[in-house]
Design a protein around this ligand. Structure first.
Ligand code: 3H9
Length: 695
């Protein structure tokens, strides 16, 4: 059973019981319908309280069912809600925590709703590329008004029940700490004999200026929605609530819901929802693996990366010490952290008090001895093996036993770094992405000897720091940068063959990337890649690149920080202006190489960049560097600006169809630098078998 039934005096208490969040899957719906009917038939019962067990009233419809016939199998969510709504005995929803999506829609079908003040109320369907499809768009405006309903439905943002206490949504919002169930039963007894039973559907949606509301809502959402169809559909459903009778409004909502559910946008966002949760699971490190305590941290290197990493700890309330070699560098690092927080204060995202609290958690030192007692250290020094191993030798000497020694390397061999210490089990890669205080991704690199408890601690820490932790194995570049390498190689070849940086960036930004490869390199610093290419030229001389990026660096054009890179920049202005000098340099290089430049379509640019990611991703998956295809998607969604509504490179390839992807890769393999396109054996196998990367 996934709904419990008990009778207390004259009140039947039905408790949704489908851990972890009482998702309204078929079994739960069936059990709830049966329980409501049972209460209806029991002569001893005069009223019903509907509540949820554990940490939620209900997290909503079971999203996993969306792709299966179960979602449409009776009793559907609609049937459950109309069973509740047509009960002859009053039904009181008692909400103690999360009531989201279909869970909230079920509560809206009840005659009364009572809640604890901290209960989280949301219609978050828009974040999954759909809209509330079980009456939410029709009932919510009848209770909280059109404006508030629109705000909640088009953003999906949760609102605490106490903020909605003055609306008709709630009949009672109790004091903090009140016994919700006892209060709800008392309330149910009080209203047991009142007739007629109040029903949300009988209320009117009113607005003083309906036409103005409609035109402003349509206009406003067009701007806010960008390429997403769901917010626009949310507004249309709300307009239906305003202009049509209840049943007809429901029909409009239903049609829009069914259409949205089948869009690639929604499928991609649903994929990302589960991918994020799957990433936290490591097959041989169960959830109950003991973790180490992290009550203090140290960061080695107070540069941009080190400072950003330190801010993460301060934001999470963990004291952190920054270690530098020179006082000047340390002062600069600390000043930058303060400046970053001050910017947040100016933008209204942080109070001055909070700023001071966080700064108090950040201290600086020039001595290794001062960090010896830290529970974790994260090295963020220059990306050079000799420099990093020297730091780890020092750490091995001074750090207390049991401290976790992490490296923020973005490409180097974590096993080699671990090997210079006498405690490789304590060493792990924690690869933050720049700006480290903003970007969600944390690549957690598991060395050959990394202890399971260290890995489990790193996963728990990523949650505490509000990051999406994704586990990667050791290889040059791990998941993200190893794939990026192939993407950037293609971007360089495209320049040689006929593109400008602007054309490449525009094409991939139109596809949905937050930033094209050249604008991104200018932001990150072109010298970083230059340094890595020099190392790779020694380690893997067979790897061929366009030399344009090196020529650019030889001119000192390192990007925004030097005021010039692939583009020109004006002081105080981050806008990228196309550079005649760079474009001439590209044409001249192609001439020297005897490359005949041609007109290249946006379609080719997108295919070559995205399929380069996919092909390398397939190799990474087959080698076990990534645990699952969806982990690769998470890396690209949270660390590299891959468009969320395309679900990540591997999911995108699944949607295009792997045989189509393979065909394109084979075509490019017959072109210039065809060796870069050797198809990944896994891709070939899956394409032949008609399978997908993501199951
Ligand atoms: C909807 O309702 C459509 C209707 O309008 C119309 C229908 C006709 N389904 O996030 P957590 C799983 S659409 C299935 O780590 P937390 C989740 O995958 C739905 N599974 O916990 C994970 O599984 P696992 C609208 C779900 O405490 C586990 O629960 N609702 C669902 O940090 C724990 O999740 C939403 O969009 C679900 N609906 O946060 C709400 N929800 O253990 C989406 C969760 O196997 N959910 N799971 O990895 C959330 O926002 C958060 O999960 C919640 C709890 C705030 C509820």
């Amino acid at each position: 059973m996934s709904a419990d039934y008990e009778v207390r005096g004259n009140v039947a208490v039905i408790t949704l019981n489908n851990p972890p969040v009482n998702g309204l899957g078929l079994e739960t719906r069936s059990a709830a319908v049966e329980a409501v009917r049972k209460a209806g038939m029991d002569p001893a019962v005069k009223a019903i309280v509907l509540t949820g067990a554990g940490k939620a009233f209900s997290g909503g419809a079971d999203i996993r069912e969306f792709n299966s016939p179960k979602a449409l199998t009776e009793p559907t969510l609609h049937t459950l809600i109309s069973t509740v709504e047509s009960s002859e005995k009053p039904v009181v929803a008692a909400i103690h925590s999360v009531a989201m999506g279909g869970g909230l829609e079920l509560a809206l079908g009840c005659n009364y709703r009572v809640a604890t003040p901290e209960a989280q109320i949301a219609l978050p369907e828009v974040k999954l590329g759909i809209l509330p499809g079980a009456g939410g768009t029709q009932r919510m405006p009848r209770l909280v008004g059109l404006e508030q309903a629109m705000q909640m439905i088009t953003t999906g943002t949760p609102v605490p029940a106490e903020a909605l206490a003055g609306t008709a949504l709630f009949d009672e919002v109790y004091r903090p700490g009140a016994d919700l169930l006892a209060s709800a039963i008392a309330f149910a007894n009080k209203v047991a004999d009142l007739r007629p039973l109040p029903k949300v559907r009988d209320r009117k949606v009113e607005h003083a200026q309906p036409e103005l509301f409609i035109s402003q809502a349509r206009e406003g959402i067009k701007k806010a929605a960008g390429p997403f169809p769901a917010p626009v559909a949310c507004v249309e459903a709300l307009i239906a609530a305003l202009t049509l009778p209840f049943e007809e409004g429901l029909k409009v909502e239903r049609e829009l819901f069914l259409k949205l559910k089948e869009t690639n946008e929604s499928k991609s966002l649903r994929h990302a929802f589960f991918a994020e949760r799957a990433a936290s699971k490591i097959p041989d490190v169960p959830a109950d693996t003991p973790t180490r305590k992290i009550a203090s941290a140290a960061v080695i290197g107070a540069g941009t990366m080190g400072g950003g990493i330190a801010m993460n700890f301060a934001n999470a309330g963990i004291p952190v010490t920054l270690l530098e070699m020179k006082q000047e560098a340390l002062d600069k690092g600390l000043a930058t952290i303060r400046k970053n927080y001050e910017t947040s204060v100016k933008r209204g995202k942080l109070t001055q008090d909070k700023l001071e609290q966080r700064m108090q958690l950040v201290t600086g030192t020039l001595a290794y001895e001062d960090i010896a007692q830290a529970d974790i250290t994260i090295e963020a020094v220059f990306e050079d093996m000799a420099v990093k191993t020297e730091v780890f030798r020092q750490l091995d000497k001074v750090m207390k036993p049991g401290a976790i020694l992490a490296t923020n390397t973005s490409t180097l061999d974590v096993n080699k770094i671990a090997a210079v210490t006498g405690r490789p089990q304590d060493v792990i890669g924690l690869h933050f992405f720049s700006p480290a205080n903003v970007m969600k991704l944390l690549e957690i690199v598991r060395g050959a000897k990394t202890g399971k408890d260290v890995l489990a601690t790193a996963m728990a820490l990523s949650k505490k720091l509000k990051k999406t932790g994704v586990v990667a194995g050791v290889c040059d570049g791990f998941i993200g940068n190893r794939m990026l390498e192939q993407y950037l190689r293609q971007a360089g070849f495209l320049l040689d063959e006929g593109c400008t940086p602007e054309q490449v960036d525009k094409a991939i930004e139109k596809f949905g990337f937050a930033m094209g490869p050249f604008r991104m390199s200018d932001l990150a610093g072109n010298d970083v890649g230059w340094y890595i290419r020099k190392r790779r030229a020694i380690e893997s001389p067979e790897l061929v690149y366009s030399k344009t990026a090196d020529l650019l660096c030889e001119k000192g054009r390192f990007g925004q920080k030097t005021g010039a890179g692939w583009y020109d920049y004006k002081p105080g202005d981050r806008h990228a202006y196309p550079s005649q000098l760079v474009n001439d340099m590209i044409v001249e290089y192609a001439r020297e190489q005897g490359i005949e430049r041609r007109k290249i379509s946006d379609e080719e640019i997108i295919e070559r960049l995205v399929y380069a990611l996919v092909n390398e991703g397939a190799k990474i998956l087959e080698e076990g560097i990534a645990l699952r295809a969806s982990d690769i998607d998470m890396v690209y969604l949270t660390g590299y600006g891959f468009p969320s509504w395309r679900g990540g490179p591997m999911f995108y390839a699944d949607c295009v169809g792997l045989p189509n992807v393979l065909q394109a890769i084979e075509k490019y393999g017959r072109g210039r630098h065809g060796e870069a396109w050797a198809p990944a054996p896994l891709l070939v196998r899956l394409a032949v078998e008609g399978k997908r990367f993501n199951g």
